[in-house]
Design a binder for this molecule. Sequence first.
Ligand code: IPM
Ligand code: MN
Length: 354
Amino acid sequence: MTTALNNQLDTPPIIVIPGDGVGPEVIGEAVATLDAFGLGLSFDVFEHVTAETYLRTGTALSDADFEKVRSSGLVLLGAVGDPRTDRTPYARSVLLRIRFELDLYVNQRPARLLHGRFSPLREGAPRAIDCVVVRENTEGLYTGIGGTLRAGTGDEVALDVEVNTRLGVERVLDHAFGLARRSVCLVDKANAVPNGGRLWQRAWEEVRRRHPDVATFHEYVDAAAMKLVSEPERFDVIVTNNSYGDILSDIAAEVAGGVGTAASANINPRTGAGLFEPIHGTAPDLAGTGRANPVGAVLSAALLLERLGCAAESEALRKGVEDAVLAGRCTPDLGGSLDTGRAGAAIRSAAGLR
Ligand code: IPM
Ligand code: MN
């Protein structure tokens, strides 16, 4: 689905949730960049969806807000979280609510190293790190099914049930095979967590048979974590459950040049709905310093453009990021000396935008 540059799109307003910490700073650059394409995109910015609002009123994303999210189906999110809300359902009431209620069953997290010098693994041979973690995004340990018995006593029992459905597993496996360029690797812990493990293995065998042309292999999650560090270039598409995907995508991001550069697309490929967010989180220590790297947010905007059918614009943006970063026109975490706003502007100018 390639479109010519500067086509006007007829899409609903994109719901923008800048969130907390560095979220608003990096999302500002992502929105400015999307805007600069002149595609006629419009934005509905939910500035009030913050930890502050949550702490004050008990609700950050109201039901009325959520209806707007539902009718748009497109969300660009910075990061939500605050040390003061770590033990409360804040992130769950915003991010996980959108993932679950829009049934965004794929969390797609590409990790591509722009240049060997950015990887912590830079000693030794240069590495071509270019993989995608495809994380199941609506089941696993994240459903909230479970409970606590005798809370606060010495006899306390806590259960978080891991949910694996055949439908949920099969659809995410299908998506992973659709992305394969070289191979698909299934990651699980079937040797120790047998019931879910067997369900994944059965679905895997069946989906694999539908794609006889795609090379496949399997790793247990502990070995996958180790190999992502020792030989990351071996991986193309990694498909796994919600919590293993959460962890492995952070490892992949880090070896591919740092979590500041990592983007993600939470999508439902069947309905077209999507939530796009950098994976770095709120980075409270960087908030307000101008040192936050906008690359993760801008590359998330590139994933959003792809979802809108703007393949040419999306590719131009990725190339702009690469050119700006390789020219040293970037934030200090990548060896540059620009602040967030100037790094965003450098990407736009490298991408030929004003
Ligand atoms: C992520 C985050 C979230 C997750 C948190 C904030 C709930 O770590 O998007 O990876 O675990 O999914
Ligand atoms: Mn995470």
